[in-house]
Design a protein around this ligand. Structure first.
Ligand code: NAI
Length: 460
């Protein structure tokens, strides 16, 4: 039996970051992981592999759509799917090995196997019991399906199966126009599949800013994706080679055929096998582990973070909670500002947002002004065939304090962070507007949107 200050169960972005920070703060730390490699969903079957496929197919699109315009002549490259898969797998390996290296460097023990908590202060892995003053549950989430749809990871796939299809399908139906559906749908649309997205609500990406939703849908449609909105999928039948997706739109029932169906209707917390109900750890009606403001469960010495608890299921939210709970365990003041957690969709163009939407501010009765700037007025974006989209900054009408920002356009996922930092410092839109931005950069569009909150943008 070995004994630790902290044992973290799960090595995704929440768990591994928590483990490294605990060790850096002087705590004797172990991390339990049952997968062959560290990094959890994000590194193995989520963020990282999907970004590799998004990058490769974006390069393909660039070659097909824009190379000729720049005088780069010749045939656009053809797709070697198995080589693209190897590139993706190599990217996963580099990243997961990187975490292994960081564990060794920081003296975090990797306890290999699936863990359970037989009683507070103890973690069981295989036949071994390990002692821990504190335990952090960082076990993440798994895809959630809908009634009538059974995921077999062959023809009816979750994001996991969608990353490793045997071949590029001729026709793909995506159920759910959320982040996964649109990212993976884009990948296969760029590779030549006919992609139809069936979404229950009347808009894509339901929680996003309304103007972004509209432009985003327009741009994805231009790229060849089809949308059936306001349509509730009733079931998927697989027979012979194909699949039939049945959905209900109003009173009408319709079907659409596909070679592959991607089910991207959300994820649910993964806490199976931990023994939480026997232990008496409280959970919510959605199966999330219930925690207080410092990530403590109702049992002393047991904490939880990331997708297993409430809040957005985002790797960086889990990382922040991982670092903060490590600080709490080391006797420091861990804190996460949930009001400034950016969210990014890595399509082309990218979509990013932070803080409040206009709809939320209206609901809350907060007086605000919106400064908007189109990438059409940005010289760099025009030169790079990337002028679709805009930056919108929302600031308090009287105080000018930045309350939110919504970007659709080139590098939106990077541009958003300037605004996150500004928000963390309680900045006014004028603070961004008065900050010199290098020319020519996409980030000038952020400054122009900030200027538009005041006396006006220069280039619009
Ligand atoms: P999601 O919650 O983003 O979207 C699910 C969509 O499915 C919703 O629009 C919903 O209205 C729709 N839907 C539900 N039932 C339906 C039905 N019967 N018929 C038609 N449509 C239906 O879920 P998604 O895309 O599966 O992602 C899961 C989680 O993973 C999210 O929390 C997401 O934030 C996270 N994620 C984040 C990424 C990023 O930050 N770039 C990348 C991938 C995942």
């Amino acid at each position: 039996m070995s004994s630790y200050d902290v044992i973290i169960i799960g090595s995704g972005p929440g768990g591994y970051v928590c483990a490294i920070r605990c060790a850096q703060l002087g705590l004797k730390t172990a991390c339990v992981e049952g997968r062959e490699t560290l990094g959890g969903t994000c590194l193995n079957i989520g963020c990282i592999p999907s970004k590799a496929l998004l990058h490769a197919t974006e390069m393909l699109h660039e070659a097909q759509a824009n190379f000729g315009k720049m005088g780069l002549m010749g045939d656009a490259p053809s797709v070697d799917w198995s080589k693209m898969q190897s590139y993706k797998d190599g990217t996963i390996e580099q990243n997961t090995k990187g975490i292994e290296y960081l564990f060794k460097k920081n003296k975090v023990d990797w306890i290999k196997g699936w863990g359970s908590i037989p009683e507070p202060g103890k973690v069981k892995v295989g036949d071994e019991i390990h002692e821990a003053k504190n335990i952090v549950i960082a076990t993440g989430s798994v895809p959630a399906s809908i009634p009538g749809v059974e995921i077999d990871e062959e023809r009816v796939v979750s994001s996991t199966g969608a990353l490793s299809l045997d071949e590029v399908p001729g026709k793909m139906v995506v159920i759910g126009a959320g982040v996964i559906g649109l990212e993976m749908g884009s990948v296969y649309a760029r590779l030549g599949a006919e992609v139809t997205v069936v979404e229950y609500l009347d808009t894509i990406t339901p929680t996003m800013d309304g103007e972004v939703q509209k432009q985003f849908q327009k741009l994805l449609s231009k790229q060849g994706m089809e949308f059936v909105l306001g349509a509730a999928v009733q079931g998927v039948e697989t027979s012979g080679e194909g699949c039939r997706v049945t959905y209900k739109k109003g009173d009408e029932e319709a079907t659409v055929e596909a070679d592959i169906v991607l089910v991207s209707t959300g994820r649910k917390p993964f806490t199976d096998g931990l023994g939480l109900s026997d232990l008496g750890v409280e959970t919510t009606d959605k199966g999330q582990v219930r925690t207080d403001a410092h990530w403590a469960t109702n049992l002393e010495g047991i904490y939880a973070i990331g997708d297993a608890i409430t809040g957005p299921m985002l790797a960086h939210k889990a990382e922040d909670e991982g670092m903060a709970v490590a600080e709490v365990l080391a006797g420091k003041a861990g804190h996460v500002n949930y009001g400034v957690i950016p969210s990014v969709i890595y399509t082309h163009p990218e979509v990013a947002s932070v803080g409040r939407t206009e709809a939320e501010l209206k609901d809350e009765g907060v007086p605000y002004k919106a400064g908007k700037f189109s990438f059409m007025g940005n010289g760099r974006a025009k030169a790079n065939f990337a002028a679709d989209g805009f930056v919108k900054i929302l600031a308090h009408k009287e105080t000018d304090r930045i309350l939110g920002a919504h970007i659709i356009g080139p590098m939106a996922g990077d541009l958003i962070h300037e605004i996150c930092v500004a928000m963390e410092f309680g900045a006014a839109a004028e603070d961004l507007a008065l900050t010199c931005h290098a020319h020519p950069t996409y980030s000038e569009a952020v400054r122009e949107a900030a200027l538009a909150c005041g006396d006006g943008a220069i280039h619009s």
